[in-house]
Design a protein around this ligand. Structure first.
Ligand SMILES: CC(C)(COP(=O)(O)OP(=O)(O)OC[C@H]1O[C@@H](n2cnc3c(N)ncnc32)[C@H](O)[C@@H]1O)[C@@H](O)C(=O)NCCC(=O)NCCS
Ligand SMILES: Nc1ncnc2c1ncn2[C@@H]1O[C@H](COP(=O)(O)OP(=O)(O)OP(=O)(O)O)[C@@H](O)[C@H]1O
Length: 227
């Protein structure tokens, strides 16, 4: 059993890659999705956020005003740290619980899609292979501005709130270069998938050999005691 961390920068293409891996049958646990669940009305993370940022970050129906909170925390690193302290413990706990249930239901490796994995996340120590989805900053900026309808300043604030992709790339076991076409990216994901499956087969063989050795040792010990 092992964990693969899928990370990168904002709008570098993590969801694009994780969708391909999911279609291939991989289990993906998505931190952004869980981050939305833990701040639903009534949840403790939302109460913490309101305690620190005030009721003005809520919409009339009591749900989090994500655009408003985003404009506060991406402009101020201290406020970002406060938000992380309000949400990350709940996100991490939920992710580890989902990992446990995936392993109990028979999956041998699980992919954690965590944007901030290499930005100091406590989840890093559980990860066997780190996969970074990379694109250059100009491409990242263009894609982010287009997807989130942001000004250049707003998009740069978000990019600069994270460890640069060039640094994350150096810490990767695998890099997916997502500068090119979607077809080129899919081809790299297929190659990665085959390596993960190969790594699992290798692990299974090693476990089998280790188990057999322990069994043989036990039998030999019993025979020796008997004689
Ligand atoms: C600030 C919030 C309300 C903005 O919501 P919004 O819908 O605009 O963005 P969304 O949640 O889809 O996140 C988009 C991307 O922003 C980046 N991002 C989000 N939070 C952070 C953060 N605290 N620091 C740096 N980058 C971040 C990630 O790359 C993420 O993939 C939201 O991102 C949030 O609650 N963040 C705190 C939780 C968190 O750290 N999430 C990241 C996954 S652990
Ligand atoms: N190879 C590609 N060619 C063209 N557009 C792409 C490519 N890869 C991703 N995109 C587009 O770029 C945007 C960002 O991609 P995606 O949502 O996968 O990034 P992400 O890393 O998951 O972002 P975030 O973490 O911010 O949610 C999307 O609009 C997506 O359609």
């Amino acid at each position: 059993m092992f964990l693969v961390g899928l990370t990168g920068g904002i709008a570098s293409g993590k969801s694009t890659v994780s969708n391909v891996l999911r279609d291939l049958g991989c289990v993906i646990i998505d931190a952004d999705k869980i981050a939305r669940e833990v701040v639903e009305p009534g949840k403790p993370a939302l109460k913490r956020i309101v305690r620190h940022f005030g009721k003005s970050v809520l919409q009339d129906d009591g749900t989090l005003d994500r655009a408003k909170l985003g404009s506060i925390i991406f402009a101020d690193s201290e406020k970002r740290k406060i938000l992380n302290r309000c949400t990350h413990p709940y996100i991490q706990r939920t992710m580890l619980w989902e990992v446990l249930t995936s392993f109990l239901s028979g999956h041998h490796y699980v992919i954690l899609d965590v944007p901030l994995l290499l930005d100091g996340s406590a989840l890093r120590s559980f990860i066997k292979y780190v996969l970074v989805v990379y694109c250059d900053e100009a491409t990242q900026l263009d894609r982010l501005m287009a997807r989130n309808d942001l000004t250049q300043e707003g998009a740069l604030q978000r990019i600069n709130s994270q460890v640069p992709l060039e640094i994350k790339k150096k810490q990767a076991d695998f890099v997916i270069d997502n500068n090119g076409s979607l077809t080129a990216t899919k081809q790299q994901v297929l190659e990665l998938y085959e390596r993960l499956e190969g790594s699992y087969a290798h692990w299974k063989l090693r476990s089998f050999l280790f188990g057999s050795l322990v069994l043989l040792g036990g039998v030999a010990y019993q025979l020796y005691s008997f004689l």
